[in-house]
Design a protein around this ligand. Structure first.
Ligand SMILES: Cc1cc2nc3c(=O)[nH]c(=O)nc-3n(C[C@H](O)[C@H](O)[C@H](O)COP(=O)(O)O)c2cc1C
Length: 393
């Protein structure tokens, strides 16, 4: 698919996740495959122009991390324009604008939310950015304030007129926060509101089936995945395979590369159109790789400290993991990680059968997206949201 002049190899995208979508995470995902354009955490345009070290760290990248979009946050047109031009000058492929949500009296100042309340002002700001760069400028929004004010279709129309190259829509209102279900019909209205610009659906896609349902029911041109990539860094690869081979059987038994003698479980699996979830050893391999990259980019101490909040996402799909979780939150060195992991593997053995698989009563139910569940089930359990400024997400 295309975003303006940018040709993309995948119509699956990594959503910005402040605190998580850093270089090590993006590289981890890219090495697995299925992802092309990935986005950074949101970056304050002014801080970037001031060359604030934290802002520069957020846009740190390398040749293996391409194509990369940087998400900008700000409300001053000149700053947003100059930040976009700066990003283009250093080889960033695309600039995304954080547009948050629409009610002025609730969302007091700043970019994000305020941008959806004043369409003319927003259009002028975006136009200034589009005119200043050749790279695509995209926008990310929610559906609106609440179900009575679903303003995203209007905003999308205006943004298309001023030349945005794509529109990302999280199918929830700001009032919803992260609760309730993703509104696929709401995303569809945005798709129908624009003439040709690609609309990328987003929200609660935590399985290949959920991505397919979002494509089918909204007509979106792409799907962007955030928290689903925490649970399942393989989700892009699995989803592409699922979509490309829809209607075919079977999926490749060698879907996961083999890394070690005890990594044979995929071969004995029955074949399905749906690529299998990764076996335990593959989860461990990728988690270790992710930590190594964290250490490379952030240094051992800081990288390990940051990994304290990353590792528990991996362990959510390990089966019983208390022993791992309670120790990993104090992680401070690579040697300690190796020791925690070895201890955990020994402890976990009690939950395995002779072939090394989790005993049936410890096996995890498949992941099911909010929009594929009954309302009661959604109330009982929704995807955890890490702490942070929900109002700008
Ligand atoms: C921890 C966290 C950080 C987020 N940071 C950002 C951000 O920096 N910019 C943004 O536009 N959205 C942000 N979001 C929203 C996500 O990009 C995405 O729209 C939302 O999580 C729904 O998609 P998902 O269900 O696939 O996670 C964040 C969400 C979470 C959970």
């Amino acid at each position: 698919m295309r975003f303006g002049s940018l040709n993309l190899k995948s119509n699956l995208f990594l959503s910005p996740l402040a605190g998580y979508t850093n270089l090590p995470f993006r590289l981890t995902l890219r090495e697995i495959g299925g992802l092309d354009l990935a986005t950074t955490d949101l970056v304050n345009a002014r801080s970037l122009l001031e060359k604030n070290p934290k802002a520069l760290k957020l846009i740190e990248t390398c040749p293996a991390d391409r194509p990369l979009a940087v998400q900008l946050f700000g409300s001053v047109p000149e700053e947003m324009r100059d930040a976009a031009a700066y990003l283009e000058s250093i080889g960033i492929a695309s600039v995304d604008i954080n547009m948050g949500c629409p009610v002025r009296k609730v969302v007091k100042v700043g970019g994000g939310s305020a941008m959806m309340t004043e369409l003319d002002k927003t259009a002028a700001l975006v136009k200034g950015m589009v005119n200043a760069v050749k790279i695509p400028v995209t926008a990310k929004m929610r559906l609106g304030w609440d179900d009575a004010n679903l303003t995203a279709p209007d905003l999308a129309r205006v943004l298309e007129e001023v030349g945005v190259a794509a529109i990302f829509v999280h199918g929830r209102t700001r009032e919803q926060g992260f609760a309730g279900t993703v509104n696929l019909a709401g995303i569809r209205k945005v798709v129908e509101a624009v003439k040709a610009v690609p609309v990328i659906g987003n929200g609660d896609v935590i399985s290949p089936e959920a991505a397919k349902k979002m494509f089918d029911e909204t007509g979106c041109a792409g799907v962007s995945i955030g928290r689903g990539a925490f649970y399942d860094p393989w989700i892009f690869k699995r989803t592409l395979e699922y979509l490309n081979r829809w209607g075919e059987t079977p999926s490749s038994p060698d879907f996961f590369p083999r890394h070690g003698a005890d990594h044979g479980s995929t071969e004995s699996r029955p074949t399905h159109v749906l690529p299998p979830e990764p076996p335990f050893d593959e989860r461990i391999r990728v988690m270790c790789r992710h930590l190594d990259l964290m250490i490379e980019v952030f240094g051992e101490e800081h990288g390990c400290r940051m990994f304290r909040k990353v590792a528990p996402w991996y362990s959510k799909r390990f089966g019983p993991a208390n022993e791992f979780n309670k120790r990993i939150v104090h992680l401070s060195s690579k040697a300690e990680f190796d020791e925690i992991l070895a201890g955990y593997k020994n402890w976990r053995a009690q939950f395995l059968d002779d072939s090394g698989e989790l005993l049936p009563r410890y096996q995890l139910a498949p992941m099911i997206a909010s929009f594929m569940q009954e309302p009661d089930a959604i109330r009982r359990k929704h995807i955890p949201v890490p702490k942070g400024p929900v109002e700008v997400w």
